[in-house]
Design a protein around this ligand. Structure first.
Ligand SMILES: Nc1ncnc2c1ncn2[C@@H]1O[C@H](COP(=O)(O)OP(=O)(O)OP(=O)(O)O)[C@@H](O)[C@H]1O
Length: 329
C-alpha cells in the first residue's frame, strides 16, 4: 500500500469555507458544534476531515449541503462554491446545486435506497428528474454508470435487498456521481462495511476520482484511510480545526499533540507492526468533550488558544506554500 500524495490539477478553490460557526440551539443552552472553521478545496483535490465522533464533521457536511435542520443554526461565516454564496441560494438554485454541483454519500447511504424500486428505476429517476433525459437514454446511462463501479448492468433489474452491502454502497456512489458533480462529499462512506469491502470501495472511489476529476471532501475518523485517499487534510477536535496540512505531512510529521495522539491510535500504512498507543488515558484527550457541556467562550482543547490551530505551511515550497496558505488561513 502506498501513501497517496499525488498533486492535483489546479489550486482554484471549488469550495471555500470561512469561519463557519454552527450552533444547536437548545431551550436552556446552545452547543457550538462547529467553531470558526475555515478550509478550501481545490479543483480535483481530495480534502480529508478527520476527528473522532462528535467533533462536528457531519455538521460541516450538512452545512455545505444546506441540509441542517432545527435546532441547528449557522451562526457565522461563509460557504462559497465556485464563487457562489451557498448560504444565499434560493430553493431552486439549491435543487440544482445538490445534484449537479455537489453530491453527498452519507454514512448509511446503502440503507437509504428505496427497497421497493429496482436499482435501475432509482438511477433512471435521477437522469429523468434532474437532467431531463428521456427514459430510454436514462436507462442506457444507468447501465453505463453501474459498469463504471464494476456492477454488471444486468443488476439494473435487481432490488436493493438482492445486492450485497458493498454492491449497494457502490450503487449509491454511482448515483452520487451520475450528474458529474464537481464536488463529492463522502461522510464515513465505508463505516458499515467489513475491512476487505472497505478497501475495495476506497480503491473504487480513487479510480472514479481520477477518471472523472471531481473534488472530494472525505470525512472519516479512520486516519489510515484518510491519509491514503487525501491530498490535504484537516484534523478536528471539539468543533475546531486544530491542524491542516498535506496528508503525507500529517502522516510523517503530525504537529499538533492531538493529531499525534490520533495518529498513534491507528496502525501504520507501511513498514513493520508497531504497538498502538491509543488516545492517552491521562489528562489530555481522556474524553472527547461533549460539546453541549462546553461553556460559551471556553476552549475545549487542553491547549492554549495560540497553539490550538497548527498549519504546515513551512513544509511546502513555492506554489504549494502559496496554495496552502490561501487554503489554510
Ligand atoms: N440534533 C442535535 N441537537 C443537539 N446537538 C447536536 C445535534 N446533532 C449534533 N449535535 C452536537 O454537535 C456535535 C457535533 O456532531 P456531529 O454529528 O457533527 O459530529 P461528527 O464528528 O460528525 O460525529 P459522528 O462521526 O459521530 O457523526 C455533537 O457533539 C453534538 O453535541
Amino acid at each position: 500500500m502506498t501513501v497517496s500524495q499525488t498533486s492535483f490539477g489546479s489550486h482554484e478553490p471549488v469550495l471555500d469555507v470561512q469561519d463557519l460557526t454552527v450552533k444547536y440551539i437548545g431551550d436552556t443552552r446552545s452547543t457550538t458544534a462547529v467553531d470558526r472553521v475555515s478550509f478550501s478545496i481545490g479543483t480535483g483535490e481530495v480534502f480529508g476531515l478527520a476527528g473522532e465522533s462528535g467533533c462536528g464533521k457531519s455538521t460541516i457536511a450538512n452545512s455545505i449541503m444546506r441540509l441542517l435542520k432545527d435546532p441547528a443554526k449557522i451562526a457565522g461565516g461563509s460557504i462559497s462554491f465556485g464563487g457562489r454564496d451557498v448560504l444565499a441560494m434560493s430553493p431552486e438554485e439549491l435543487r440544482r446545486f445538490r445534484w449537479q454541483d455537489v453530491a453527498m454519500v452519507f454514512q448509511s447511504a446503502m440503507n437509504s435506497l428505496n427497497p421497493v424500486l429496482t436499482i435501475g428505476e432509482q438511477i433512471v429517476d435521477i437522469f429523468t428528474t434532474h437532467a431531463g433525459l428521456s427514459r430510454r437514454e436514462s436507462l442506457r446511462r444507468a447501465g453505463e454508470l453501474l459498469e463504471l463501479v464494476r456492477i454488471d448492468s444486468a443488476r439494473l433489474k435487481s432490488y436493493p435487498h438482492q445486492l450485497s452491502g458493498g454492491m449497494r454502497q457502490r450503487a449509491v456512489i454511482a448515483m452520487a456521481v451520475a450528474l458529474k458533480p464537481s464536488l463529492l462529499i463522502l461522510d464515513e462512506p465505508t463505516t458499515a462495511l467489513d475491512v476487505v469491502v472497505q478497501q475495495e470501495i476506497m480503491a473504487q472511489i480513487k479510480e472514479l476520482q481520477r477518471e472523472l476529476g471531481f473534488s472530494v471532501l472525505f470525512i472519516t475518523h479512520d486516519m489510515s484511510l484518510m491519509v491514503e485517499l487525501s491530498h490535504r487534510m484537516a484534523v478536528m477536535y471539539g468543533g475546531r480545526i486544530v491542524e491542516t496540512a498535506r496528508a503525507h505531512d500529517v502522516y510523517t510529521d503530525p504537529r499538533h499533540p492531538y493529531t499525534q495522539a490520533l495518529m498513534g491510535a491507528f496502525p501504520p500504512l507501511t513498514g513493520p507492526r508497531v504497538p498502538l498507543s491509543g488516545l492517552p488515558d491521562g489528562v489530555k484527550f481522556r474524553n472527547i468533550p461533549d460539546l453541549a457541556e462546553v461553556a460559551p467562550g471556553h476552549l475545549v482543547a487542553p491547549f492554549g488558544a495560540d497553539d490550538l490551530s497548527i498549519a504546515h505551511g513551512a513544509h511546502a515550497t513555492g506554489d504549494e506554500a502559496a496554495a496552502l496558505e490561501g487554503a489554510i488561513r
